[in-house]
Design a protein around this ligand. Structure first.
Ligand code: NAD
Ligand code: LMR
Length: 341
């Protein structure tokens, strides 16, 4: 009996170290920015990352040297345009690419106001992904996410390398906020609060499903205020930063969580579920090609897109409002690439 247990332990240890040894190169594009730096630090702490590749227009050699002293085994390299192979070297053989490149909002702006600047940044980065790591899992943070994810999809399609299971809009910050804000209302531990957030990532397209949370009875003004705070949480940070940008630290934590979930799923862990903005069948018949809902992640990426589940009349109304904006945001991204290939 003892011998059998010992043998099983050895086998488990071997299996564990084989998993831990699997190489995973993660590239961060926009790595010297407000999100990029803390995100890169958090990824350096992730044992599933073996190689961290940091790309930005400037500053990444310094960020890489700094983060490279953190005492985990992964290697860290910094890349800028025109040196050491630039973006091509940064992306070569990357398994996961996380994109926080682009400008953030200032007070008074919507995420859509960022479109004119960020659309071409994201389009060009997507081209580089297609050329250097066409099979990578791509996680898009740059706003407006509702449009930048369709932009990446169109670019990858035009290069013949689009796999809808490998492209994700990172909406995890909405999930973090929902669990934190509901815990503040209910005076509970936020780590025990799970709120599914669906739709997209801006204003009314962000739809928290409170009826499916631990507190389905929240109602009236309390519910209105909670939902509004989750939908417009980004504005709180933009206003408080007063012109110096938008959420960076909480976003880094959110993206680190999503990337960690994805890496665990790629390596074979079962039942890894995160809400994320993906090409989705949920409202395709209404012309809405992308939608965020719970997604089971696995070795091939988005393996199962969950339906929304039972909604109450309040949530049905929120979804209807979300769909109107989402349809426009998605079409805007798609036609940008058609007109500016
Ligand atoms: P930031 O200005 O601090 O950093 C952006 C970085 O992108 C800069 O270092 C810049 O040099 C770099 N960059 C610009 N063009 C580039 C290019 N062509 N190639 C490589 N790097 C390039 O901004 P931030 O606060 O880090 O925000 C970045 C983006 O993330 C913004 O669009 C913001 O709206 C978005 N954001 C999204 C979420 C979300 O939930 N998805 C949350 C917060 C912020
Ligand atoms: C957020 O939700 O914090 C981000 O999308 C940044 C922003 O512009 O609000």
């Amino acid at each position: 009996m003892l011998a059998r247990t010992a043998l099983r332990n050895v086998a488990q240890r071997r299996a564990f170290s084989a998993t831990a040894m699997t190489a995973s190169k993660v590239a961060v594009l926009g790595a010297a920015g407000g999100i990029g730096q803390p995100l890169s630090l958090l990824l350096k702490l992730n044992k599933d990352v073996t190689e961290l590749s940091l790309y930005d227009l400037r500053g990444t050699p310094g960020v890489a040297a700094d983060i490279g002293h953190v005492n985990t085994n992964s290697t860290v390299s910094g890349f800028v345009p025109g040196e050491k192979g630039g973006i091509d070297a940064a992306l070569k053989d990357a398994e996961v690419v996380v994109i926080p490149a682009g400008v953030p909002r200032k007070p008074g702006m919507t995420r859509d106001d960022l479109f004119n600047t960020n659309a071409s940044i994201v389009r060009d980065l997507a081209k580089a992904v297609a050329d250097n790591c066409p099979k990578a899992f791509v996680c898009v943070i740059s706003n407006p996410v509702n449009s930048t994810v369709p932009i990446v999809a169109e670019v990858l399609k035009s290069k013949g390398v689009y796999d809808p299971k490998r492209l994700f809009g990172v909406t995890t910050l909405d999930v973090l906020r929902a669990s934190r804000f509901i815990s503040q209302v209910q005076k509970t531990d936020p780590t025990q609060e799970e709120v599914t957030v669906v739709g997209g990532h801006s204003g009314v397209t962000i739809v928290p499903l409170i009826s499916q949370s631990n507190h389905p009875d929240i109602s009236g003004e309390t519910l209105d205020k909670l939902v509004h705070r989750i939908q417009f949480g980004g504005d709180e940070v933009v206003q408080a930063k007063d012109g110096a940008g938008s959420a960076t630290l909480s976003m880094a934590q959110a993206a680190a969580r999503f990337t960690a979930s994805l890496l665990r799923a790629i390596k074979g862990e079962k039942n890894v579920v995160e809400p994320t903005f993906v090409e989705s069948p949920l409202f395709k018949d209404e012309g809405i090609e992308f939608f965020s809902s719970k997604v089971t992640l696995g070795p091939s990426g988005a393996e199962e897109i969950h339906p929304l589940g039972k909604l109450n009349a309040y949530e049905e109304k929120l979804i209807e409002a979300a769909k109107v904006d989402l349809k426009k945001n998605i079409a805007k991204g798609q036609s940008f690439v058609a007109q500016n290939p």
